[in-house]
Design a protein. Structure first.
Length: 316
């Protein structure tokens, strides 16, 4: 197995979603990395505001679908406060989380047609991608083995070259990129299921001007590690969010940082004033600290939100 050379898209697919893959065998992703959904209930409250704004514009039965729902943390928090008439659906290949409220449906594919909100929180970054590198003679696919060794393989084909030319041009020998066509197609297919409402994708965004060495990496037990495709760690790469946006059909599109999105939804890290009640002050201080983590430009606040509306006003 370790001597079998494959392009990264194939290696990543098997390592994450194969019979003994990271997401099919290792349990809840929260054991290995921490996201906004795990950081604070403030984040789920902000998402609820988005849902309520969209629900006011949707006449049909209102459905919330989270693709890549993982351990169900976000949907579980939403279920506690959501109106009884809302349909909540988690989509993931992982088994249904044991603690998930019974009102949340759990399935492997999104409903084929629904009205409401589509959520994809750190899903696109684990859609498998090919890694390419600019060599002396051409841009070539990077191949890997199950133990993480790499070599340069075949020259990329015309469709991948077109994608790179548009979204992530490589200028110097040794420059790398991840070809995001698979993410574009996955996002477009998910948004196609939404016939009226808003689609929201939240992820770390790739920046070709900054990420000249590519962004592929691994996570295990809360630590960043080398991306070894043996099923022992999460393997992820930043998302070219503008390319995903262009691939999906929508009436309006917004790209903004998580900091900008949460501030627009009223999240503030301002230090509270002391009101004479020590307990309430400490609670407000704790909330401000949690908000500061979500808004941190160098951390969770640097996530990018892609918000695309179909037949309704944008909630942001």
């Amino acid at each position: 197995m370790t001597s079998s050379w494959r392009r990264w898209s194939l290696a990543m697919s098997e390592a994450l979603y194969g019979e003994h893959g990271f997401y099919t065998a290792s349990g809840a992703p929260a054991a290995h990395f921490r996201t906004a959904a795990h950081a604070s209930p403030i984040w789920a409250d902000a998402i609820l505001q988005v849902l309520r704004r969209v629900a006011a514009d949707v006449d049909d039965d209102f459905t919330v679908v989270e693709v890549g729902a993982g351990g169900g943390e976000l949907l579980g928090a939403i279920a506690v406060q959501a109106p009884a008439g809302w349909r909540l659906v988690g989509v993931d290949i992982c088994p249904r989380p044991a603690e998930l409220p019974s009102r949340v449906e759990w399935q492997r594919e999104a409903p084929p047609e629904f009205a409401g909100v589509l959520l994809a929180v750190e899903w696109l970054d684990v859609v498998p991608v090919d890694v390419v590198e600019c060599a002396d003679d051409a841009v070539r696919f990077v191949e890997t083995t199950a133990d993480g060794r790499e070599q340069l393989g075949a020259v990329i084909d015309a469709s991948d070259r077109d994608w790179l030319d548009r979204w992530w041009p490589l200028a110097e020998v040794g420059d790398r990129a991840e070809i995001g066509r698979s993410r574009d197609e996955a996002w477009a297919a998910a948004v196609e299921c939404l016939h009226r409402g808003v689609a929201v994708a939240v992820d770390y965004a790739a920046d070709p001007r900054r990420d000249v060495a590519g962004t592929l990496t691994g996570y295990r037990a809360g630590r960043q590690v080398a991306p070894v495709p043996d099923g022992s760690c999460d393997i992820t790469a930043h998302v070219l969010m503008a390319a995903c946006a262009a691939a999906a059909s929508a009436d309006s599109t917004r790209l903004l940082s998580q900091r900008e999105a949460l501030q627009a939804l009223g999240v503030s890290a301002d230090r509270p004033s002391y009101d004479g009640d020590p307990q309430s002050y400490l609670a407000a201080l704790s909330r401000a600290g949690a908000a500061a983590e979500l808004l941190d430009r160098g951390g969770l606040g640097a996530f990018t939100w892609l918000v695309q509306a179909k037949g309704v006003a944008s909630p942001l």
